[in-house]
Ligand binder design. Structure first.
Ligand code: ADP
Ligand code: MG
Length: 697
């Protein structure tokens, strides 16, 4: 069976459900087979009817003697059947499913899983799952470990189970991994793994099946990364920068800074300089929280490019950021003789790049016009900008280094376009998204990594407290004092209900807003901000908050508070246990932008020691990547990575916290990648790798 076949080509039911399945991300045979159960109901013990005890959850097998509809006093239909096995008989009752009498007929053999209860004075099996057993008698919904799937509206576990069972009973899936890889990594075969993950005999079997499928999932990511890495490595364009001859100039740059570099900044710069000295273009990711000082590290790299007679470009996702970078970079480097220019959507051309000339139109008289002439090359050493740097009119003569800030905000396309402006320039990407190393290893396996895991000295940290429930009112009082006496403002973040903001979230936020306004802070001005508001409304609310018309802004967590509000020094987060630590860290980053000491108050109703201890980590740890790492270790395997953090894919079976498996998959990818050209099986399994763009992204 070909795993890549679209399901709609397999059978009529699958075709009819294609739309619903797509909502679950299921399109191909492979998608459906890899849609693994998130748990199993244990209906594996079949009981004899005579021995059933009220209160038990059981599975029985028996023959239907009779089945009929009856009506309750309120005219609700109930369905009653009498089922017998060798030992006795039992009444089976369902509610409100009149069609059952058309489906279940006397003399059929049934398996029934459910709870035994007293119904009046008779023992009865109430509303059990039922399954009509076929000739061979194998049960898929009862009498075994029954798989339960993540569902969506209109696709039940029962339906999925049946479809997967049918798929698996067709021609088996072929193994594609070589024997030695299976052995070395203690993996069971693919056909068996797929069969077992859906219909295991024991939970241990299910685990080893999941382990095999998780390996495959990680291997695929690693193969992708390996492909990008190999493609990058074959490029040898020789933009080799020299460092040694310019040591004096570089030292001068460092000495001119109004601060001394952190150790993390020094290490990152060192690694970058080493990359730049190589023939192979650099491909490095620099991660560091907001404020960790990434810009000066990038500036040093661009300065080295300048010293080596190369141009650099620094691309930022927004105009405000681009302008800020322009100010910082020109402030640092212009005194050293570097020409820095800016391009954004509203400033289309680097001014130094365009020549104007007075043009006279001779036919129609003396009208004089200013006409733009050619683009002048090499007018800048460093160009800072938004995606406007991609415009055709922006030309580089000798682009040696590309720096991309907040790389996840740009598409693959844009990232590759900017590189094409030069001949395989070095690339430095930067991000403030806290990515644990294991995750980076999986999804950015082709990048070299530098972490700025240390804040510059003297930075005011956001003081964080986990507030016990009994001190809730005290906390409100304290906030009032901060507002009235210190003239501060506060954010109150409503509980996190769903990933994407729905009406439910908005309603909860509105209720909390009314409560706070009327009952807790009737003497203060409160504003409300949520994701369902129009952009204009949001901007108005934020502006009003900035202008201090509100003392407190009540907001939903998914709302991006885009602008800095330096006067907001308090953030209170409700139901903190529902967030990941890294998310909480990003939320608290909304305060602490100004000179004043800022505070973060975490509320939780949870009494679990584990949760409390986990949240307490925020009181002492202030580095995003460290918190993300902790997040990963504290969550059970199989749990999804917080999707609020952009750019990180969800794993279906594997877990980012399974470091050992990630490393094995990486080793296997290194071994298998060279065999892709000769091994037919591997080629087929990784065919989607081949078809993607040739240029590394
Ligand atoms: P990031 O881009 O990582 O969020 P920035 O590069 O914008 O951070 O730096 C934030 C601020 O910290 C800037 O004002 C910068 O001048 C300052 N800064 C950077 N490095 C240091 C340092 N080692 N010591 C003190 N201040 C620093
Ligand atoms: Mg920055």
């Amino acid at each position: 069976m070909d795993l890549q076949t679209p399901l709609s080509k397999i059978s009529r039911p699958l075709k009819m459900y294609a739309g619903r399945l797509e909502k679950l991300g299921i399109v191909t045979v492979s998608d459906l087979l890899y849609h693994v159960p998130h748990r199993y109901d244990d209906f594996s013990l079949t009981s004899s009817i005579a021995r059933l005890q009220p209160g038990e959850i059981v599975t029985v097998k028996g023959t239907v003697l009779e089945i009929k509809n009856e009506y309750t006093r309120r005219a609700k239909p109930i369905q009653k059947a009498l089922v017998v096995d060798d030992t006795g008989s039992i009444t089976v009752t369902w509610f409100n499913q009149p069609f059952l009498t058309r489906v279940i007929k006397p003399n059929m053999t049934l398996a029934l899983s459910g709870k035994v209860e007293w119904f009046g004075k008779t023992k009865t099996l109430t509303a059990p799952s039922y399954e009509i057993l076929s000739e061979n008698g194998e049960a898929i919904h009862t009498g075994r470990l029954v798989p339960i799937y993540p569902e969506t509206a209109g696709v039940t576990s029962k339906w999925l189970r049946r479809q997967i069972y049918m798929l698996l009973s067709q021609e088996p899936v072929e193994e594609y991994l070589p024997e030695d890889i299976l052995k070395k990594n203690n993996l069971i075969g693919l056909p068996k793994a797929l069969q077992t993950v859906h219909f295991p005999e024991t939970l241990e079997d299910a685990e080893s099946a999941k382990n095999r499928l998780a390996f495959d999932e990680l291997l695929f990511l690693q193969m992708k990364a390996t492909r990008r890495r190999r493609e990058w490595e074959v490029v040898r364009r020789g933009h080799v920068f020299k460092v040694q001859p310019f040591q004096k100039e570089i030292d001068l740059l460092w000495e001119n800074l109004p601060f001394s570099l952190t150790l993390a900044q020094r290490n990152a710069s060192h690694a970058i300089f080493q990359d730049l000295e190589k023939e192979k273009p650099m491909n490095r990711l620099l991660q560091g929280d907001v404020g960790s000082g990434k810009t000066v590290v990038a500036a040093a790299a661009m300065y080295l490019a300048f010293l080596n007679d190369y141009q650099s470009v620094l691309m930022a996702p927004t105009e405000i950021l681009a302008q800020q970078h322009f100010k910082t970079v020109s402030g640092l480097l212009e005194p050293l003789g570097v020409k820095v220019d800016l391009v954004t959507g509203s400033k289309k051309y680097p001014m130094s790049n365009v020549k104007y000339q007075i043009h006279t139109n001779n036919d129609k008289g003396e009208k004089k016009k200013l006409v733009k002439l050619d683009i002048v090359h090499l007018a800048f050493d460093i160009l800072v900008g938004t995606h406007a740097v991609l415009y055709e009119q922006v030309q580089f003569t000798k682009l040696g280094l590309v720096v991309i800030d907040e790389q996840q905000r740009f598409g693959v396309e844009q990232r590759s376009l900017i590189r094409q402006k030069g001949d395989h320039p070095h690339v430095l990407t930067m991000t403030a998204t806290p990515i644990p190393r294991t995750v980076a290893l999986t999804i950015y396996g082709d990048l070299d990594l530098s972490y700025l895991d240390e804040m510059p000295k003297g930075r005011k940290i956001v003081k964080t407290w986990l507030v016990p429930t009994i001190k809730r009112n005290g906390a409100y009082e304290w906030i009032r004092k901060q507002i009235k006496e210190a003239g501060s403002q506060a954010f109150i973040i409503c509980p996190f209900i769903e990933q994407s903001e729905t009406m439910q979230t908005v309603k909860a936020a509105s209720v909390e807003y009314e409560r706070l306004k009327n009952e807790v802070f009737p003497d203060l001005n409160l504003g409300l901000l949520h994701g369902k508001m129009k952009t204009k409304e949001k901007d108005d609310v934020l502006l009003a908050f900035r202008e201090k018309q509100y003392d407190i802004l009540v907001a939903t967590p998914v709302v991006e508070v885009g602008i800095d509000i330096p006067n907001a020094t308090v953030i209170l987060i409700e139901a903190a246990e529902r967030f990941g630590l890294a998310q909480l860290h990003q939320l608290r980053g909304r305060v602490g932008r100004g000179e004043k000491q800022s505070f973060c108050l975490l509320f939780t109703e949870s009494t679990s020691d584990m949760t409390i201890n986990k949240l307490k980590a925020l009181e002492t740890t202030y580095v995003g990547a460290q918190l993300a790492e902790l997040d990963l270790r504290l969550r059970g395997p199989g749990e999804l990575y917080g999707t609020l953090q952009s750019g990180i894919p969800e794993l279906k079976v594997a877990s980012f916290s399974d470091v050992a498996l990630i490393q094995r998959a990486k080793r296997a990818a290194d071994e298998l990648y060279p065999k892709l050209t000769t091994d037919k099986q591997l080629q087929k399994a990784f065919s989607s790798l081949q078809t993607t763009s040739v240029s590394p992204d």
